[in-house]
Design a protein around this ligand. Structure first.
Ligand SMILES: NC(=O)c1ccc[n+]([C@@H]2O[C@H](COP(=O)([O-])OP(=O)(O)OC[C@H]3O[C@@H](n4cnc5c(N)ncnc54)[C@H](OP(=O)(O)O)[C@@H]3O)[C@@H](O)[C@H]2O)c1
Length: 393
């Protein structure tokens, strides 16, 4: 497995993440996962990602899985949520969270400690100070950034020295190419692309009739809804054509495309079996031909234009029409509308965080009161939406 050097970090082109252990893609067997981690180490994977928020098992299993390769591998984990479940980036909490992660991982040091979520109540300089103290003490080697609003990322870049930036990036989630990746290049951070297979969408194994069992995050994930899913399936089919010309599988083409993005150091996928891991490793070590890349990018631009128009219509329709009678569907539609409106620049993330949290408080509720509250949230969101004339592009 090829590595890309970033300061003193030798980062393998394919990374392996442990989000699946939280159950987002259905229940996984920890024993099988550990075997997959052993195989990854044998194959030369050096970058492993987890988070306190994925549950203690996700850190314990990773620690156990890579223990005999501890000096060769990079363990990246993230600052855990507070007792109440919300973000807390105060020095006291960062220290306590780091100590807990070290215990769970069974290690004396964390190679990359990532800021998982923003805490608007703690100044960035204070968080950076706490992370640098841990660095001086040898408890962490580097710190990195994860799910943060863009202005916050800029503050960290001005005041601190983060080494890595985690971002969602795949052929079906390309936003980071114009937001976070240019910042990585300008400030010398290693870009780590998560969900390079589009949470399985780019494996070529899904079609328009695919459904997911209860508890699987993809039931509500915008990537798997409406016009976004249809567009994703078309992109998966195009990648499958390119892959076939190279004797590769669609997911291997998806990973090769991610690794070709300037500033990306690692494609961080989340397989839970040895078979999927080995397939994903075949996404490294080869490239699209120059002409293939140009023609694929042209195809993506056309997809983007059509998708944006359809998404503008969908956001307006979801927020204007009566919600569907099925409360789960109403919930999924509202999540889609909010996340899509943020992506399209119709909503400012900071403005919708409160109604979005309220909405998530209603997930899995089917009663009349939950529905009434969803209708009220829909009305608030509708009022925040710019008029259609100014948004239909
Ligand atoms: N997803 C997020 O929101 C997020 C956010 C921040 C950080 N991360 C980090 O990034 C890591 C990777 O993200 P991700 O888990 O979303 O990556 P991903 O690899 O794009 O998606 C994982 C899903 O794709 C399936 N898959 C992967 N390779 C496959 C293959 N070759 N054939 C068939 N199915 C395949 C997995 O199925 P199987 O389980 O059957 O293998 C799983 O359902 C996470 O584990 C986490 O460490 C993720």
């Amino acid at each position: 497995m090829k590595v890309r050097q970033h300061h003193d970090l030798s980062i393998s082109e394919l990374g392996v993440g442990c989000y699946a252990l939280s159950g987002v893609y259905g229940r996984k067997d920890p024993g099988e996962f550990i075997q997959m981690l052993h195989r990854a180490c044998e194959m030369g994977v050096t970058f492993f990602d987890t988070a306190a928020a994925y549950g203690e098992d996700a850190e314990r299993v990773l620690g156990e899985g890579v223990a005999s390769y501890r000096n060769e591998v990079i363990i990246a984990t993230k600052i855990g949520p507070s007792e109440s479940g919300g973000p807390d980036l105060s020095p006291q909490h960062i220290r306590a969270s780091c100590e807990r992660s070290l215990r769970n991982l069974g290690t004396d040091w964390i190679d990359v400690y990532q800021v998982h979520y923003d805490d608007p109540n703690t100044p960035v300089e204070v968080t950076i100070g706490a992370l640098e103290d841990l660095q001086r003490e040898g408890k962490i080697r580097h710190y990195g950034l994860s799910h943060l609003p863009l202005p916050r990322v800029e503050q960290y870049l001005q005041s601190g020295r983060p080494s890595t930036m985690l971002m969602e990036l795949s052929a079906v989630s390309r936003e980071a190419r114009s937001t976070l990746l240019p910042l990585c290049r300008a400030h010398g951070l290693a870009g780590i692309a998560f969900s390079p297979t589009g949470r399985g969408l780019l494996t070529g194994r899904f079609d328009a009739g695919t459904t997911f069992p209860p508890g699987d995050l993809r039931r509500i994930d915008p990537l798997f809804q409406r016009e976004r899913f249809s567009s994703g399936l078309r992109i998966a089919a195009r990648l499958a054509e390119i892959a076939a010309r190279h004797g590769k599988t669609p997911v291997q083409a998806a990973i090769a495309w991610v690794l070709a993005q300037p500033g990306i150091v690692c494609a961080l996928s989340g397989p839970s079996t040895i078979e999927h891991l080995e397939e994903n490793a075949g996404g490294t070590g080869w490239e699209f031909d120059a002409e293939e890349m140009v023609s694929f990018e042209r195809f993506l631009s056309q997809e983007e234009a059509g998708l944006r128009r359809a998404q503008h219509r969908a956001v307006h329709d979801i927020l204007a029409a009566p919600l569907p009678p099925d409360t789960s569907q109403a919930f999924t539609d509202l999540v889609y509308a909010v996340e899509t409106a943020i992506l399209l620049g119709l909503f400012d993330e900071a403005d919708v965080i409160a109604p979005f949290r309220e909405l998530f408080g209603l997930q899995n509720r089917q009663d009349a009161d939950a529905r009434r509250q969803m209708v009220a949230i829909q009305a608030r969101l509708r009022e925040m939406l710019p008029a259609p004339e100014s948004t239909d592009r």
